[in-house]
Design a protein around this ligand. Structure first.
Ligand SMILES: Cc1ncc(C[n+]2csc(CCOP(=O)(O)OP(=O)(O)O)c2C)c(N)n1
Length: 676
């Protein structure tokens, strides 16, 4: 390569760029480079523990961000995108506050590593360390903007390694199907840490665009005018409703992947040097000089200005206070409720079954909240869901608000996160709990952490409805219980209604809650459990159990289908002279500890029943809390009745009956406990 290779093509005026804009782009590139150099120096001096480097990517990042409207557009930059942030107006001090993990770090208040961007005022959505999770969020934001009729397009960034993840493909597919206003910018620096492109990508990334029904544009990522031209075209397409575009910008990073990486083991000095000769900043400087837009004095002034700005910002950021609180995990913090000590009077209302209650509540919510969206696999009319939970919603509220998604659970949760971030209120359906596992990452790494990791900057007001549980001959993959996985995760809330009235009350509360709520529907009860559906406003607060039956001898703690089985068992026990109370938890998290404690104090004996596996099942948590906090009240060991260590329930009726907790099993264990 020769110096010729730095030459950038085109004419900025032909692209609609003023001289001032191009000089401003140059200024931002220089600022980004100086900032990068300074951050590395701070790292080497032991003042900053971790640095992610942008050097080499400046033309791609500045050229792409320059085509965005900072007043209306949304951006989801990835960790390398220092210059995207600067170009969108984020001051260097904000970036340095993140580097030093200070309380006033606007991205996360010191919770996340540096370069995990977030700026609600600039519509820069919070970013995690998990590669590629941002792509479904971008689709969700774009979908919400469109359905709300708001202006703005969405630019989402990632490295070439991110295109190997399923989330990228799921998002590209969805964006293509719906012609969403999204621009996918892939900064191909030819290495994913140490893995070279030839082992990362089969063929060309840009060619994949065709398969997802969108144009793909490959550009020299070191030529800022080429990047700008491609991005500008893509943004224009998106603004005009013509759909998404994929841009692949080929570039190179000059430093190691991060300050923890040693790139000498996987790249040669010659290779780095070759690309250094193609420095994108030098390329633009040359262009400006040739066009008589940059004198030697201007150049020096821009350099000085950047160095001074960074020196001042470092001094201020380093002196800022360290964070001293671990809040706010939840947007609506969990506060213990009053103990429930008596059964609630049954609400008045027409008797319906559980599935009808789900459907009616969804209709009510969609009717009163135009921002509500319902989506998932097969949820749209005419099918209306495999259980008919969503029947009639598309007909009543349109295909924009009640729609089918592709068969992609991670995408579904990611869309919920994105639509929720952009002001919609999503109620996503996962068809069966058994198929939620591909969405685990989006739930655990993203939804649960969005409020916390952005220091309250963003909320994640999503509801995820999930039919779960056994007893319907669903076998290994249509019977699973999943509550323990999610109850374990700070930031999520998990509820399980067992009556039509609670479906209404809990679904409304879940919808109104600003945090992500998993709404687990015991599918065995869909048509089995009937009860009044309260007319008018009805809410069941998250975190409040229901005492279904008061009893003095022992308490059975259960939820979902097992709450019904436990009530049946209590009737049989009563005939045998054993007075069993039944506490239906309704809410797994928040857990209604005061009501559990009141029952332990009342009866001194507790049997916990659930259909999930016993080992590390939710009962273990309840038992542990009782053991720790109410030991003195116990007259017997806490007992559990749950599924043994077998992968849920086999298809054969004989085997399902053998494994799934049942009424006679509850009676036997309760009798044993009563006699202890
Ligand atoms: C899902 C996931 N797997 C692995 C990692 C560890 N990791 C962090 S960055 C990275 C390479 C990413 O490469 P690329 O997407 O090309 O972006 P670049 O860093 O080269 O800009 C890996 C493997 C991660 N953060 N997330």
């Amino acid at each position: 390569m020769t110096l010729e290779d730095t030459a950038i093509g085109g004419d900025h005026r032909a692209l609609g760029l003023s001289d001032e804009s191009v000089i401003d782009m140059y200024r931002t590139m220089v600022l980004a480079r100086r900032l990068d150099d300074r951050m590395w120096a701070l790292n080497r001096q032991g003042r900053a523990p971790f640095v992610v480097s942008a050097s080499g990517h400046e033309a791609t990042q500045v050229g792409a961000a320059a085509a965005l409207d900072p007043e209306a557009d949304w951006a989801l930059p990835y960790y390398r995108d220092v210059a995207v942030n600067l170009m969108l107006g984020v001051p260097p001090e904000a970036i340095l506050l993140g580097l030093f993990s200070k309380a006033t770090d606007p991205t996360s208040g010191g919770r996340q590593m540096p370069n995990h961007w977030s700026d609600p005022s600039r519509r820069i959505f919070t970013h995690s360390s998990v590669i590629a999770t941002q792509f479904p969020h971008a689709c969700g934001i774009a979908y919400a903007l469109r359905v709300q009729g708001r202006p703005g397009i969405v630019a989402v960034f990632g490295g070439e390694g991110s295109t190997s993840e399923g989330d990228w493909h799921e998002a590209m597919n969805f964006a293509g199907i719906h012609r969403l206003p999204v621009v996918f910018v892939i900064e191909n620096n030819q290495y994913a840490i140490s893995v070279p492109e030839r082992l990362e990508v089969a063929g060309q990334i840009v060619d994949r665009a065709k398969g997802y029904g969108m144009p793909g544009v490959a550009v020299d990522g070191n030529d800022i005018l080429q990047v700008y031209a491609a991005m500008n075209g893509a943004v224009e397409r998106a603004r005009n409703g013509e759909g998404p575009t994929l841009i692949e910008a080929r570039t190179y990073r000059y430093y190691a992947h991060t300050s923890d990486d040693d790139d000498k083991v996987y790249r040669t000095a010659e290779e780095v040097e070759t690309w250094r000769r193609r420095d994108p900043i030098r390329g633009l400087r040359q262009y400006l000089i040739e066009n008589r837009m940059l004198s030697a004095d201007d150049e020096a002034a821009i350099d000085d200005e950047a160095s001074t700005a960074i020196a001042d910002a470092v001094a201020r950021a380093e002196a800022a206070p360290a964070p001293d609180t671990v809040e706010p995990v939840y947007a609506a913090p969990i506060v213990p409720s009053e103990a429930v000590t008596e059964p609630e009077p049954a609400p008045a209302g027409e008797a319906v079954n559980v599935i009808t209650a789900v459907n009616r509540t969804l209709h009510e919510i969609m009717d009163t909240h135009p921002e509500a969206l319902v989506f998932g696999e097969d949820v749209a009319d005419p099918k209306g869901g495999v259980f008919k939970a969503t029947i009639g919603l598309t007909d009543a509220f349109g295909e924009g608000r009640a729609f089918n998604t592709p068969l992609a659970e991670s995408l579904i949760i990611g869309l919920a996160i994105g639509t929720g971030a952009a002001g919609s209120r999503p109620i996503a359906e996962i068809q069966f709990a058994d198929f939620i596992h591909p969405g685990f990452d989006q739930l655990v790494s993203e939804a649960a952490r969005i409020h916390y990791r952005s220091n309250g900057g963003w909320t994640c007001p999503i509801v995820v409805r999930v039919p779960y549980g056994g007893g319907i001959h669903g076998a290994l993959y249509h019977s699973q219980s999943i509550e323990a996985f999610y109850a374990h995760v700070p930031g999520l809330k998990v509820v399980v209604p067992s009556t039509p009235a609670d479906v209404k009350g809990l679904l409304w509360s879940a919808f109104e809650d600003p945090d992500p709520v998993m709404f687990l529907e015991p599918k065995k009860l869909y048509r089995l459990a009937k009860g009044p559906y309260p007319a008018g406003e009805h809410r069941v607060p998250l975190g409040r159990a229901a005492l279904r039956r008061a009893g003095g001898d022992l308490t059975i703690i259960a939820y979902g289908a097992m709450a019904h089985f436990s009530l049946e068992a209590a009737e049989i026990l009563a005939a045998d002279g054993i007075d069993a109370g039944v506490l239906d938890l309704r809410s797994i998290k928040p857990l209604d500890w005061p009501s559990i404690e009141a029952q332990v104090q009342r009866t001194g004996k507790v049997l916990i029943v659930h259909e999930d596996n016993e080992f590390v099942g939710f009962g273990a948590e309840v038992a542990a809390q009782i053991g720790e906090k109410a030991f003195e009240w116990l007259d017997a060991p806490v007992r559990r009745y749950a599924t043994p260590d077998v992968p849920t329930f086999p298809f054969a009726t004989s085997l399902e009956e053998m494994l799934m907790p049942n009424v006679s099993g509850i009676v036997a264990r309760a009798t044993d406990l009563a006699e202890y």
